[in-house]
Design a protein around this ligand. Structure first.
Ligand code: CU
Length: 156
């Protein structure tokens, strides 16, 4: 891929440089916090995998913890999942979805699977009596085992 990039003409260099940069890895300043306010500050959302280490290509579940901006657990929310790899232009290989409400503002997200290493985005659209808002989490999956446990620890 890099070899092919080098052979392009000067006119194409800018576009090619952008493409090649994608192969270099996630942005250095990527925010990988797994606890954060939603886009319009309606909620504070925290997510964590329900296993200590996330292996590539293995189905697993995450827990979503949802509170209001004031920190009150939000019950009976509808949460839709979307996401993928922004540098590759593809989504998840599965269709993760919330399958259970666990009480105290916690929800179980099943069907998670990372099909390769790199930068993944997990996007939640949340609807409840409070309103509709979205939140996007970034995580970087490292071969052969995801190093998300550290980010989870710092989010708690
Ligand atoms: Cu990919």
């Amino acid at each position: 891929m890099y070899r092919r990039c080098i052979s392009y003409t000067t006119a194409a260099l800018a576009a090619v440089a952008a493409g090649c940069a994608m192969l270099a890895g996630p942005p250095p300043d990527l925010d990988v916090r797994l606890s954060r306010p939603s886009a319009h500050l309606a909620y504070v959302v925290a997510i964590r995998p329900l296993e200590p280490q996330v292996a590539i290509n293995r189905l697993h579940a995450w827990e979503i913890r949802l509170t209001s901006a004031a920190g009150v657990p939000v019950e009976h929310a509808r949460i839709a999942f979307d996401g993928g790899m922004p540098q590759h232009g593809h989504g998840f290989p599965t269709s993760p979805r919330v399958t259970a409400e666990l009480g105290d503002g916690r929800y179980r997200l099943d069907g998670m699977k990372f099909s390769m290493s790199g930068w993944w985005q997990m996007k939640l659209t949340i609807e409840s009596a409070i309103g509709t808002d979205q939140v996007t989490f970034n995580t970087v999956i490292v071969t052969p085992v995801a190093q998300v446990a550290v980010a989870v620890a710092s989010a708690r």
